[in-house]
Design a binder for this molecule. Structure first.
Ligand code: ARG
Length: 270
């Protein structure tokens, strides 16, 4: 009896809600044709990309001037801006706040080495995957005692807050603690100084941080139980117009050879 009552209530709610929705859409369409996101971007003369710039080769602060954000993602973002004939504005923020920033319209899209996870896809829409990565562990070069997942028992690991690396680190059994920080460069310093036993991060990014010396990579297959999710760009949910421009740009870059040139430029392999 109670169950039937609940189902009835739910049905009424759905009917009322969908009623409201259709009224709203018909009201807008009867006035002027709604401006699309792409129209607005063109009118503004700029498109805003959100990223978190401690993630080379995807995005990092240019060492030459200490402020420009450069990287594979930024070149792809620039190609999107070029396609629209507008300027690219880059906003550097906490990785953890990027999805919300797209949702609220603070940024037009993300280009942040982001995996299109099912959880995120509930909030934003993703482009096609444009690169593949896997999670690895970065430890101190001099550390010879960590060679596998089993060796991580009782250890303290680090990962960037809100990332799939954080999630992966938390799946390793026996780990004493997973500490999160907002910046990958700071996590690497913690490993160097011995305050963290290791950092979970994606292979290409790990490779870049290795260049500074004193660190090494350990392959831990257990960090990749979710498989490879790929890297994709996020737009506001339902923003099909901008998503199409982004997907078209990726397809074009791949077919005209630019994509391969970018991989080479940033020392990445497929
Ligand atoms: N690929 C991981 C994720 O999607 C980490 C991305 C971190 N990106 C960055 N720009 N810091 O969660």
């Amino acid at each position: 009896m109670k169950k039937i009552g609940l189902i009835f209530l739910a049905a009424i709610m759905i009917i009322t809600l969908s009623g409201c929705q259709s009224k709203k859409t018909s009201a807008t369409s009867s006035t002027t044709k709604a401006e699309t996101s792409v129209d607005k971007i063109k009118k503004a003369g700029k498109i805003v990309v959100g990223t978190e710039a401690t993630f080379p080769p995807f995005e990092s602060v240019d060492t030459k001037d200490g402020k420009t954000i450069v990287g594979f993602d930024m070149d792809i973002s620039q190609a999107v801006a070029d396609k629209l004939g507008v300027k690219l504005e880059v906003k550097d923020m906490k990785f953890d706040s990027l999805v919300e920033a797209v949702k609220t319209g603070m940024i037009d899209f993300t280009a942040a080495g982001m995996n299109p996870t099912a959880d995120r896809a509930k909030v934003v829409d993703f482009s096609q995957v444009y690169f593949n990565t896997k999670q690895v562990l970065v430890i101190k070069d001099s550390n010879t005692s960590v060679n596998s997942a089993a060796d991580l028992s009782g250890k303290t690991l680090g990962a960037q807050l809100g990332t799939t690396s954080e999630k992966a680190a938390k799946t390793i059994s026996g780990v004493k603690q997973v500490k999160t920080m907002d910046k990958v460069d700071e996590l690497m310093l913690e490993v160097k100084s011995g305050r963290l036993d290791g950092v979970v991060v994606e292979n290409v990014v790990a490779g870049n941080y290795l260049k500074v010396g004193g660190l090494k990579i350990v392959n831990v297959p257990e960090l990749n139980t979710d498989g490879d999710l790929g890297i994709a760009i996020a737009v506001k949910k339902g923003d099909a117009d901008l998503l199409k421009v982004i997907n078209d740009t990726i397809v074009e870059l791949k077919s005209n050879g630019q994509y391969d040139k970018l991989l080479e430029k940033w020392g990445m392999s497929k």
